[in-house]
Design a protein around this ligand. Structure first.
Ligand code: DX5
Ligand code: ZN
Length: 212
């Protein structure tokens, strides 16, 4: 693995949405690196979550990197909203974008990092053509849509294949805990997204540390 650092990105999908300001402070105090925001549209995935307005409010509460994971159809229509709202990173799904390169370049033209993600059934080779362009690759280790699902160990060879070709950040998302986090890192992942594990932990700081 080329990356020497490991970053932890709590997914606010598992946070208390009635008290997001305090949840953000909890994430900061726990020593996490990024705030992972799961944007779902009820079409690309069978669930609805939040939009750019919430990202804008989060932006006022934190200096941490805001990492927006767009699980939506036609992300090209919405990326500007999420950029204006203050996202530092925008990740789009390869399955949702017919022409990835122009969209990635558009995101980057605003000085925002652009990531590409693939669902469990999507082959790694689908994104080989953009590995020279993207700032991050996100490999899903659950079917996107919901927190609290079990980690798909059979995605590890996919991470390994990407790591062989890509020296940048590889983010792993879905079912991450101390045990599965180790597997994700061993395969070549260096940014771990975790929702349930961190927010349900008695001590979030210890849980964050256990992923490093
Ligand atoms: C799933 C989301 C994940 C999810 C992670 O569609 O992309 O970020 O919230 O949650 P856990 O860690 O509970 O699997
Ligand atoms: Zn996510």
């Amino acid at each position: 693995m080329d990356k020497k650092y490991i970053l932890v990105a709590p997914s606010i999908l598992s946070a208390d949405f009635s008290d997001l300001g305090n949840e953000i402070r909890r994430i900061e105090k726990a020593g996490a690196d990024w705030i992972h925001v799961d944007i779902m549209d009820g079409h690309f995935v069978p669930n609805l979550t939040i939009g750019a307005t919430v990202v804008k409010s989060l932006r006022r509460h934190t200096k941490l990197i805001i990492d927006s994971h767009l699980m939506i159809e036609n992300p090209q229509r919405y990326v500007e909203d999420f950029i204006k709202a203050g996202s530092d990173i925008i990740t789009v799904h390869a399955e949702a974008v017919p022409r990835l390169k122009p969209l990635i370049k558009k995101i980057q033209s605003y000085g925002v990092r652009a990531g590409v993600s693939i669902k469990p059934k999507t082959k790694a080779s689908v994104i080989y053509g953009v590995l020279g362009l993207v700032d991050l690759v996100l490999v899903m280790t659950v079917e996107p849509g919901f927190g609290g699902q079990s980690f798909m160990q059979d995605m590890m060879p996919k991470i390994e294949k990407i790591r062989l070709r890509y020296k940048g950040d590889i983010q792993v998302d879905g079912g991450i805990n101390a045990e599965t986090g180790k597997q994700a890192k061993a395969a070549g992942g260096n940014i771990l997204v975790a929702g349930t594990y961190l927010f349900k932990a008695k001590d979030m700081k210890k849980a964050v540390a256990s992923l490093r």
